[in-house]
Every structure is written in C-alpha cells, then in structure tokens.
Design a protein around this ligand. Structure first.
Ligand SMILES: *Cc1c(COP(=O)(O)O)cnc(C)c1O
Length: 715
C-alpha cells in the first residue's frame, strides 16, 4: 500500500515509501542519495524532504531508476542496512539492561531539531533533543519523544537590502512531511484535550490536540498539534509558532505540552517508567501525573514522592532571567481547581513553583521541575556549578557543593553532523563499524593512520563545496532583491575556495557577541587582507528572535560590514541559518569561532559539530569548551581569570585576544606548507581536534551517561 498522493512507485523500488517515513535517512546520507539520484533538482526544490519528493516526482524518473542496475544495487544495499538497523538485537541498552526494555522513558521537549524539512526547532535546545532521540535509537533505549508539531514552525529568515531581518512563517502541511496520525491500540486516531480559562471574548473551554507519530529509527516521537477543526482559531494558533506569542500563549502551550503529553501517552497505552523533562517547558506533566496517582488513592505526599522518583530534569539556562516564570494570578486562572485535584491548598500548589523575584513572586517552571524531579542536571561542568549556586536556596540546609544538581555535558549526534566525505575517510581507516564505538577514545587513536594528504584533500573539498553553496544562496537572494548584473557577477568572486575560512553561526542572542569581530575594523581588515599572501575570510549565519531588537541590530551590523570596502568579498552573512546551512558550514570552514560572554553559554554544541569534522575551535573558555580544550586542539580567546567589570573593557580584551590569535597563531599555522604543499602543523591540529573531541562530545557518551546516572536509577 502506498501513501495517498504519492506518484505510483514501481514495485522494484516500492520500499522508498517506507524509507521516507523513517527519519533514519536523516543521519544516513547514502539513503538521502537514493532520492537525490532520481531527480536532483527536485530534491533541492523540496528541501530534502523525501515525502514531498515522492509526491512530486515524475513517473518516468521513478521508472528509469527502477530499470537502472546501478541504482538497484544501491537501493538494495541501503534497504538491507535499514532492515538490519530496525531489527538489530545487540544494542548497547539490551546488552547492558536487557531486563529493562519494557520500561519506557518518555522524553519531553518543546522542540525537536531532526532535519531542515521539519522546522520545529529554534536553536541548540531543539537540536539537542533531536540528537538525543537519534542516539537513543542507535543505542536501543526504550525511549519515546513527546513534543509539539508547530504548523508554522520556526520562521524562515530573509535579510533585506539594508540588512533587516524579515521573519516569514510558512505553513507546514503534515501530509507533506514524514509524520503520520498516531493511533490507539484499538485503531482510533489519538486526540487529547486540555481545559483553558476564558481569555478576551473566548469562554472557558477545552482545546483539542491531534497527535502525530514520527519514526526516528526505532524511537517513536509523538507530537501534539492544536491546529484542528474543533478549536477556535486563536486556539488553533497555540501550537502554530514556536515561541511566537505572549506570556499567556506560552502558559497555554506549556499546559498543553505537559498535561496533553501525559494524556496522549495514556491513550497510546504507554506507561513510562521514567519521565525526562528537557528544560522546564514540560514541567506541568508532574501535575497530571500526581492527579492520576491521587485518583488511584495515593496521598499527596506519596504521589509527590512517586513522581519525584521517576522524573529527570535537565536545565539549560545559566541566567536567572532566562527561566520561564508566570505571574501567580495567571497560574490560578490556568489551574483553578488543581489544588482540589491534588488535595492541597491553593498556596501549597503555588509554592511548588514559587520564586521571589525583586518585582514580586512568580511561578517558575524550573522551580517546579527541580522540586518534583529526583534527578537533575546542568549541561556542562561549568553550568552544573552555576546551577548549584543559582538554585541552592531550594536546599537551604546543604552546602553549595552538595546541592543535588549534577551535570551531563552535551554532545552531538556524530552521523548527523559528519561531512559524508569525512565519513568515508573514517570508514576506510577505522573500519566500517566505527560508529558503534564512537565514544571509545582508544578507537579514535586510529585517526593518526589517515594520511595527511587525504585529510587535506577532504578539507579542501569541503571548503570548495561550501563556497559553491554560498554563492548559489547569495545569487538567489540577489535575484529576489532584483539586483543588477553587476552584483550578480561580483558573486563569482565572493569568497575564495583556497583561503583560511572562519565560521560563526548560531542564534543572534546578544550574549553570543556576533559583532565582537568588528571591535577594531582596521585591524580586522589587515588580518583579512593578510598582505595579499595569507588572507582570511569569514562566514556568518544566524537568526534573532523576532522580538529581540538588539539581536536584529547585530544581524544588520554584520550584514552592513559585509558590504564595506576592505571586507566585502571576504565576509558574508548567510540568510536563514538552519540544519542544512549548519552541515555545509561544518564541512567547509577551517575554524569555528565562538564568543559568548562567559558564563552565559550553558554548553553550546555547534563547536562540537565543527570538531568532529576536524575544525578546531577558537572560543571563549565557556560551556563545553572549558572541558574540551586541551592546549593542542584549538584556542582560548581571552583570559577568563581576569574579571573585567564593565562590558566595554571585556569586549576590548576579548577582541584583542581574538585578533592576536588569528594573526600570530592561526594564520601562520594554516599557511605554513611543506615542499609538497601540505600544512603539516595544521593537519596535526585537525587530527588532535578529532581525536580529543569526537569520543567525548558525541551523544553516545551523553545518552549512556543519562542512562546510567538518571534513567536506570529511576527504574
Ligand atoms: C548546533 C546548532 C545550533 C546551536 O549552536 P550553538 O553555537 O551551540 O548555540 C543552533 N542552530 C543550528 C541550526 C544548529 O545546528
């Protein structure tokens, strides 16, 4: 049976449909290749979405693939690999915890970054959830993801001729993405409902959410969608945009995610042994679980204890103001009878999340999550320390080092982020089974066996492809802006595939200081020019939150600098940073730059993605880099032991250090070549980057740590 709307697929290759509906293809480029080969322009047009591809592909293209022996060989090879993956019996989890396979772990997150064709992520948090889910599948964890399916997703970013960010919300049609309706064991579509209070002219009412199912390898991901018929149009908007609305909309969203998520699992007949709240957005799930237990006859105290024992909470935010919190009266409106449901007073209910702020008390999702979970962690060693300090008032009797918040440093899903040509090198020199061992430091010692010449060739190929990719993107943008022939011709000289390329891409939150590089533009211009012999170029990308004016100003500044004499042609600001652009950048830049204001970067993961591709980090000693840096695998910007009291002198010191490192260390190492033209010193740095970072900062290490430290104790 083929899904409705597909071009009829010839029998010989009919399992392409099955492949399309399992996001396994997102971390197997050879599977993506199976679609691309059929019609490469269409593959680009549908933005690498195999479902939309199979709905739009011409019959004749499918027929010729089905009659091409080369194609069929690749097709069979990949379907065998896919089949083996789905039935693999020797997973890490099964071998170590085989008796716990029937104890599901429900992983709740407000966003999941799985692929560019599913824009339901805004940045690092979402990507982390997606990477966590993929690794859980690889390792055989009985994990189930729960989140929202935003019909308008996160916005697409365009940059105008003057450098202004425009946010474009495009509707995702669920029939066109790799998601399908979820069904109960009885075969009914799963729809849940949650009560919401009166607001404006809307009366008190129930809001319904339809549940969608996505396959992420062997993991199921369930996403709630409120954009369905019985809801008023305002309520249909509730899940429309990720972080699009006001405080009231956010509270409604979080109520639906927490309560609705638990209700969805119940309808699906899934009884989790562990609930993992990735950030506080889903923390209301503890209310719903306590309500069930109290209905079963537990006392409030016992219900609370039971929930605590089976709940894991990960906090991601290093600044107090970044934590979600709601006014108490708003909480009362949204949970009017809940103290009765739980058999406690209204004050006791509010106290579960109460935090005194200098402007008065608020209901903090982090406080609720910390109080009602038995296992909590920050996302790097530094962030663990910071979190113990920030939340120590919740454990007034404990010394700060005994505050029970631990840390599990973030990692990245290696196969998702690895440049395919680099993967081919690993396959050749470390054996095709290396992905099963990717968290084993001893295995990565084999990186030394790779010939320098080969690594250098792959690095150059990646850079060349990135520059082609960028020129195409810029060409499209200029065509959209109706710019003339002169500008279009200039694109042929935009960036140079042979020169040192520095990348910077992430959300344009101001603490990440995207514009630090422009602190002294004259010095920057000299570095970029490099006496005409050792030039440097910079690639930037990133979105600002639509209501973050300072962040948008940073985008404008980077863009306008890219048009300035002395920088133009060597500096580019790409539009619409997403997972696709990210992958291209990690494949093509030489160095990854990161300039957060310490200690604001809880972990950061983009530098880890660069590192597994052999791209050393040039970063402030913050987040993961405070653990990753070993003196031989990149550079530390600034001296974090010096306390600068004002922002300006901090920026000045950090920018000076950034220029010094570029000028005196990075540029010389990159351009030093031996008689055969190979930069030996650079390649040593590349190898050291991979060797030291790949095993430590992958999601295999991370998910195993979550399993041992958090999940198993809950079971
Ligand atoms: C990895 C990634 C991020 C997170 O970047 P940080 O530098 O860790 O903040 C954000 N967006 C995309 C698309 C990513 O791939």
């Amino acid at each position: 049976m083929q899904p409705v709307g597909f071009t009829p697929i010839p029998n010989r290759i009919s399992r392409l449909a099955e492949l399309a509906y399992n996001l396994w293809w997102t971390w197997h480029p050879e599977a993506q290749e199976l679609f691309r080969r059929i019609d490469a322009p269409l593959w680009e047009e549908v933005y690498h979405n195999p479902v939309l591809f199979l709905q739009n592909v011409r019959q004749s293209s499918l027929d010729s693939a089905a009659n091409d022996p080369e194609y069929l060989r690749a097709y069979h090879e990949i379907l065998i690999a896919f089949g083996e993956y789905t039935v693999f019996d020797k997973t890490w989890f099964k071998q170590n915890y085989g008796d716990k396979l029937n104890q599901p772990i429900a992983y709740f997150s407000a966003e999941f970054g799985l692929h560019e064709c599913l824009p339901i992520y805004s940045g690092g948090l979402g990507i982390l959830s997606g990477d966590h889910t993929k690794a859980a599948s690889d390792l055989g964890l009985p994990l189930i993801g729960v989140g929202f399916l935003y019909p308008q997703g996160y916005f697409r970013q365009e940059i105008t001729a003057t450098g202004d960010q425009e946010a474009i919300y495009q509707k995702v049609r669920f029939s066109e993405v790799p998601a399908q309706s979820a069904f109960t064991p009885q075969g009914k579509e799963v729809v849940i409902s949650v009560g919401l209070p009166a607001r404006g002219y809307l009366p008190e009412r129930r809001v319904y959410a339809k549940v969608y199912h996505l396959n992420v390898g062997n993991v199921s991901l369930y996403l709630l969608d409120t954009d369905i018929h019985p809801n008023a149009s305002e309520d249909r908007e509730l899940s429309a945009r990720l972080y699009g609305g006001d405080e009231e909309m956010r509270l409604a969203q979080e109520k639906i995610l927490g309560l609705g998520g638990v209700r969805a699992l119940q309808k699906l007949n899934i009884t989790p042994a562990v609930f993992h709240m990735n950030e506080g957005h889903s923390a209301f799930l503890v209310f719903e679980r306590m309500r069930h237990l109290i209905n079963e006859g537990y006392s409030f105290q016992d219900a609370q204890e039971k929930v605590r024992k089976s709940t894991v909470f990960t906090t991601h935010t290093p600044v107090a103001a970044g934590h979600d919190a709601f006014p108490l009266d708003m909480m009362i409106r949204y949970f009017p009878n809940w103290h009765d449901f739980l058999g406690i007073s209204r004050d006791e209910l509010l106290n579960l999340g109460r935090q005194e702020q200098h402007w008065g008390p608020m209901f903090s999702m982090t406080v609720l999550a910390l109080r009602l979970s038995g296992h909590h962690n920050g996302v790097s060693q530094l962030h663990g320390d910071l979190s113990r300090n920030m939340w120590r008032w919740l454990w007034p009797d404990e010394a700060v080092e005994n505050v029970p918040i631990t840390h599990i440093t973030n990692g990245v899903h290696t196969e998702t982020w690895l440049y395919p040509k680099m993967k081919a090198v690993f396959d050749e020199y470390m054996g095709k089974a290396w992905p099963y061992q990717m968290d084993n430091p001893a295995m990565w010692e084999m990186i030394d066996n790779v010939p320098d010449e080969l690594l250098w060739k792959v690095i150059n190929q990646g850079r060349g492809e990135l520059i082609e990719f960028i020129r195409n993107k810029v060409r499209k943008r200029l065509a959209r802006l109706h710019l003339g022939q002169h500008e279009l011709e200039a694109i042929n000289n935009l960036l140079d595939p042979n020169i040192l390329t520095i990348g910077f891409a992430r959300r344009f939150a101001t603490y990440k200081r995207a514009t630090l590089l422009f602190h002294d533009t004259e010095r920057l211009k000299r570095i970029i020019h490099g006496n005409g012999e050792r030039p440097v170029q910079f690639v930037f990308a990133g979105k600002a939150h639509p209501r973050d004016e300072p962040g948008k100003n940073f985008i404008r500044e980077v863009y306008q600098r890219s048009q300035e004499w002395g920088l133009a042609g060597r500096l580019v600001m790409l539009e619409n940073y997403d997972m696709n652009i990210a992958r291209e950048m990690f494949a093509g830049v030489d160095v990854w730059q990161n300039t957060p204001r310490r200690p604001m970067e809880a972990s950061g993961t983009s530098g880890q993605k660069a590192a597994i591709n052999g791209k050393p980090n040039l970063s402030i000693f913050d987040g993961w880099w405070a653990e990753g840096y070993n003196g031989k695998n990149g550079w530390v910007i600034g001296d974090y032991t010096i306390d600068h009291h004002d922002e300006h002198s901090q920026n000045h010191a950090d920018a000076t250090s950034l220029y010094d490192l570029l000028e005196y260390e990075i540029v010389p190492a990159f351009y030093e070549r031996d008689e055969s033209g190979i930069p030996r010193r650079w390649i040593a740095l590349v190898k050291e980057t991979i060797r030291s970072c790949a095993p430590q900062f992958c999601t295999f290490r991370m998910v195993k740590e979550y399993t041992k430290k958090m999940y198993i104790p809950c079971m």
